[in-house]
Design a protein around this ligand. Sequence first.
Ligand code: 13P
Length: 257
Amino acid sequence: MRPTMVAGNWKMNGLSGDAVHLTQAILHAGLEPMRPEVVIFPPFTLLHAVSQEAKSSALRWGGQNLFWEASGAYTGEISGAMLRDMGCRYVLIGHSERRQIFAESDAQIVQKIKAALLSGLIPVVCVGETEAERAQGLTDAVLRRQLEAVLPLLNLEASQPNLIIAYEPVWAIGTGLSASPEQAQAVHVFIRELAAAYSAQLARRLLLLYGGSVKGNNAAALFDQADIDGALVGGASLQAGEFIQICRAAESAGRGG
Ligand SMILES: O=C(CO)COP(=O)(O)O
């Protein structure tokens, strides 16, 4: 399998001018449409600006989070319908920063995934172990717990998976210390095996992104791995040149070059 998605998670960064600049840089980079699919996840406040720039292109965008209720007295929250209204195709759910800083539980993440699916969004569900968990040999156990909540939501009636999984080891996020291609590949194989318990066909087609200090200079080696289908990029997605380099690495991997 070959990388099919490069996604940029801008986190809580950027003002309108930055959104226009970054989006235009990606649009003008001459990337091959959909090889890979390029997706950006700006803050909610920049979704409109991004959608205006990218609406007639192959570039896609999504929200970084959502709340599970459709509407109502939930001050400060954003629903799936609101994201759809901004033209979003995707939504990040369960990012480790949400799990750690905002104490999101596996049960809440399940509610969010259900709400996203009901709204017609494709959830990009983030999983991953902390440094302490890896040191204690708990990586598989943590991923199993996180994914046992998520994988039952796979639509077994469909021919294509209704969600995407991003493996983001917490120790690799924002540290400059990416997982090695072999480490990431081993975990991706494990995740695919867990998914195969629900459906072998969907497991084969499940998009597994790697995230954690992906840069222009390490992306190609990650994409060379058979089960790394793309990347979820944080810091480097805020620098147009770096992000475009990662997209090009995915293009080349897609050509077998
Ligand atoms: O959290 C991430 C993407 O969601 C990864 O962040 P970095 O690429 O900055 O390590």
